[in-house]
Design a protein around this ligand. Structure first.
Ligand code: UTP
Length: 500
């Protein structure tokens, strides 16, 4: 039987670091991890050994080498992709005048939902550093009047879908060490936001250590604690496969899964038109995109060249390629990816079987760590290298890819930055939810007085059809109101005092 070099479970941790543990960490190029051992008490020693035991040391050895050698950029893939000549792949549009055959496409999506053939993956493991989260972002209140959290809005929409189509959508939610305990507690104490508990699978992604950018040492953020961070939203593939999540979907009859992110309360991963386009194209990987209008917009673009389609992150897009325009004035690379995807389940299973499917990207970040005296401090400029996997790196592995352009006003309002920021702040998100509500109310023939805030209850209102079921056409809403659709409490419009 293999011996665990970090084993410390029952016995008292030894007075000196276990030699086998020292050997494993040194072999990975890490010589300093037990520097504070002598001043740690028994509990702290146990904590450190427990944390080190969970680390993938062969992988850390390879990453240490990359940081030490300054090899942070990934080697160029051996493909014919060339950014100079890359173009935007053809996009289907889910909005505007081009939606002529929308009904038929939407029917395919509706049929798949009614047949229970669609599942969903929500990634909610991020640390929300820009927003300044102290817990999971999913617990942030975004409902302009109701104060509904991101989880309540996003999971609520699945409740509404269950009512509409008569079938629940199995949902896998990815958490991380940063979000897992609080997310579980929140969902358990909030009745799973209206979903059936057996409809939800919580799974936790892996952590990776942060490295000192200068020395390539793994950073300690306490004498007994390594600075760890989740391994990126791409961590979903291996983490889901490892707990049998792909089979969990398959056993429920799922053949396609839509993925979305916890910080976009307008996300429409289960929009029938989007799913219909994915099915009609028989695609393995379908992406929702929004049209980039300005070269400087901070969104990755989908580009194709030499028969290869991939997402180019905005930080990797040279200024001239970002600014290049077609003769009609459109940006040459205008399909901004908003991280709402649909995958064929078989495709995910195929990719999960490949160790090299998702490379680790390096990024320089600020990470709190210990100074020479062993005291914790937070540097003012990036001191660390973190590694992350991105799920869109699966794109070149897909045989058939489909792009679906949506109107951002309908499906994209990310919460990234703190209150008062110029973009993607809580104020922007609330304004987007209010504006979307007004549009759907107008579609249902309901007017809203100027300056009056109206919110749609996510768990009961999917679209204008649900509004029409509870609010008579021609009605004017002139006080702040949360519109509650059919089959929840007493259906109708609930007037809210105060509001905006
Ligand atoms: P971001 O890359 O915007 O990260 O995540 P973030 O954690 O929300 O915010 P910053 O960058 O620290 O400020 C986009 C989506 O991917 C998820 C996040 O929860 C969010 O839904 N994500 C990100 C993960 O699930 N795991 C990760 O390791 C990273």
């Amino acid at each position: 039987m293999a011996v665990d070099p970090f084993a410390n479970s029952d016995a008292e941790p030894p007075s000196a670091p276990p030699p086998a543990a020292v050997a494993v960490t040194r072999a990975a190029g890490q010589r300093h991890l037990f520097a504070h051992w002598d001043r740690l008490d028994t509990t702290a020693r146990r904590r450190l050994l427990g944390q080190l035991a969970a680390i993938d040391w062969p992988l850390v050895g390879a990453l240490t080498g990359r940081v030490r050698d300054g090899a942070l950029a990934l080697p160029a893939a051996e493909s014919a992709f060339d950014l100079k000549t890359a173009i935007t792949p053809p996009c289907r549009r889910l909005h505007g005048a081009d939606r002529a055959d929308g009904r038929a496409v939407g029917d395919r999506g509706r049929e798949a939902l009614a047949a229970g053939a669609v599942g969903a993956i929500l990634v909610a493991g991020g640390q929300g550093t820009r927003l300044g989260c102290t817990g999971p972002k999913g617990l942030c209140a975004v409902g302009p009047l109701s104060g509904a959290t991101l989880f309540e809005v996003l999971l609520g929409r699945l409740v509404a879908i269950r009512r509409r189509y008569g079938r629940g959508v199995p949902l896998a939610i990815m958490t991380s060490s940063a979000t897992d305990a609080e997310t579980r507690h929140y969902l358990e104490t909030h009745a799973w936001c209206g979903l059936e508990p057996d409809q939800v699978l919580l799974f936790r992604q892996q952590d990776l250590p942060a490295f000192d950018a200068a020395s390539a040492d793994i950073l300690l953020d306490a004498p007994d604690h390594v600075a760890l961070a989740p391994d990126g939203h791409g961590g979903m593939l291996s983490a889901l496969a490892a707990i049998g999540g792909l089979d969990w979907f398959r056993r429920r009859g799922v053949a396609h899964v839509a993925s979305f992110q916890v910080d976009n309360p307008l996300a429409m991963p289960l929009d029938p038109g989007f799913l219909g386009e994915h099915l009609r194209a028989d695609a393995e990987f379908t992406l929702q995109v929004v049209r980039k209008r300005e070269p400087g917009e901070k969104v990755g673009v989908v580009a194709t060249s030499g028969g290869v389609t991939q997402v180019v992150e905005y930080s990797d897009l040279p200024t001239d390629a970002a600014a290049a325009r077609l003769p009609d004035g459109t940006l040459r690379l205008h399909a901004g990816s908003i991280a709402v995807h649909a995958f064929a389940l078989d495709f995910l299973a195929r990719c999960a079987g490949r160790a090299d499917a998702l490379p680790l990207h390096a990024a320089r970040k600020v990470v709190a760590c210990l100074d020479a005296e062993g005291l914790r401090f937070t540097p003012v400029s990036p001191n660390a290298v973190k590694f992350e996997r991105f799920i869109f790196d699966l794109l070149p592995l897909a045989t058939r890819v489909c792009l679906v352009e949506i109107d951002p006003a309908e499906g994209f309002a990310p919460l990234k930055n703190p209150s008062g920021s110029t973009a993607d702040s809580p104020e922007h998100v609330r304004a987007a939810l209010l504006a979307r509500a007004r549009v759907l109310l107008a579609e249902a023939g309901v007017a809203v007085a100027d300056g009056v805030a109206v919110e749609l209850d996510a768990a009961t209102v999917l679209d204008a059809e649900d509004i029409a079921a509870v609010v008579p056409r021609g009605q004017l809403i002139d006080t702040p109101t949360v519109v509650v659709g059919p089959s929840r409490h007493t259906a109708g419009a609930r007037h809210t005092q105060g509001g905006e």
